[in-house]
Design a binder for this molecule. Structure first.
Ligand SMILES: NC(=O)c1ccc[n+]([C@@H]2O[C@H](COP(=O)([O-])OP(=O)(O)OC[C@H]3O[C@@H](n4cnc5c(N)ncnc54)[C@H](OP(=O)(O)O)[C@@H]3O)[C@@H](O)[C@H]2O)c1
Length: 278
């Protein structure tokens, strides 16, 4: 059977491809720019654009299962094209906060489009990606500093390879139809602890400069982050700094339960990305 991976050149999608290749699956990868895909040998790379469903036809031919990168309101047309082509199973990359965003481009819109298709579905809802720290690469590289508010805020970051391992498992294994898996990394850590772990991984000190929230808000907005996003994330961090949650064990248990392997720690993630930060 052929498995189509959309978002195959993305942070998670690349690992989904690698996981599937490792277990001997026939993998087709979708990208808008096949010449730049740089995916493992043996992977069939096909061009197509998720915002242009007719362009997906060549990639869908003969596909049984599909990993769907979240495409908001476009999901309905993409899923219809998949159904016409004979796809039977769709695994949706969604997010742990799916239920908090009912907008037409939110994760729920994608999940609902897939559910309404009548195809077999599984929703993969990871929490905060450890890879969000890659936004701090320029400041860490240049000045060995992270400048942010709410150093005491706690998150439970997850390694992109573990998200992919969960997705790959439910793509190939039976028994996950109609299931929604909400999960996160193995432990809750403060922002400062995560900065320190990056420092340890690169063998240098990375300073945490705690910014005043109002000053940081203005800076983020002037750097191009949408106001609604900044307010949303700052509110979450403020609440978490005030009342830090312990590790959500139910979320932490999903990766080992589904993949049979321990979840990668944040220290592991920082080590895997040390070269990015150096
Ligand atoms: N950051 C978090 O904490 C977090 C938490 C939960 C969920 N999420 C969700 O996870 C997703 C990000 O996943 P990721 O990091 O693996 O992706 P990513 O690194 O942002 O890469 C985006 C991928 O999507 C593909 N893509 C984008 N637009 C496309 C289009 N019109 N047609 C075809 N392919 C298209 C790109 O392929 P080409 O450029 O090669 O065409 C690329 O492979 C987001 O939806 C995000 O909201 C994030």
């Amino acid at each position: 059977m052929t498995i189509l991976v959309t978002g195959a050149t993305g942070m998670v999608g690349r690992h989904v491809v690698v996981e599937l290749v490792k277990t001997g699956q026939r993998v087709r990868a979708l990208t808008r720019t096949p010449s730049a895909a740089s995916l493992p040998d043996g992977v069939e790379v096909v061009g197509g654009d998720l915002t242009d469903p007719p362009s997906l036809e060549p990639s869908l031919d003969g596909v049984e299962s599909m990993y769907l990168f979240p495409v908001g309101r476009r999901a309905r047309a993409v899923v219809a094209a998949a159904k016409r082509a004979g796809v039977r199973r769709i695994v949706v990359l969604s997010g742990a906060l799916a239920d908090t965003d009912d907008s037409e481009d939110g994760y729920l819109a994608v999940e609902r489009a897939v559910e309404a298709s009548g195809l077999e579905w599984t929703h993969v809802r990871p929490g905060e990606f450890a890879a969000n720290w890659l936004d701090s690469v320029p400041a860490i590289k240049a000045d060995r500093v992270v400048r942010r508010p709410y150093g005491a805020a706690v998150t439970q970051p997850i390694h992109e390879a573990d998200i992919a391992a969960v997705a790959a498992t439910v793509l190939v294994e039976d028994g996950h139809a109609g299931r929604t898996y909400t999960f996160a990394g193995p432990e809750a850590l403060t922002t400062v602890a995560q900065v320190n772990a990056i420092g340890t991984a690169i063998g240098d000190t990375v300073r945490f400069d705690e910014l005043d929230p109002a000053e940081a808000r203005a800076e983020w907005i002037s750097n191009g982050y949408p106001e609604t996003f900044v307010d949303w994330i700052f509110t979450m961090w403020a609440e978490s700094a005030r009342d830090p949650a312990p590790t959500n064990q139910q979320w932490a248990d999903i990766v080992p339960h589904l993949t049979g392997r321990p979840a990668r720690t944040f220290t592991q993630w920082a080590t895997d990305h040390a070269a990015d930060f150096r």
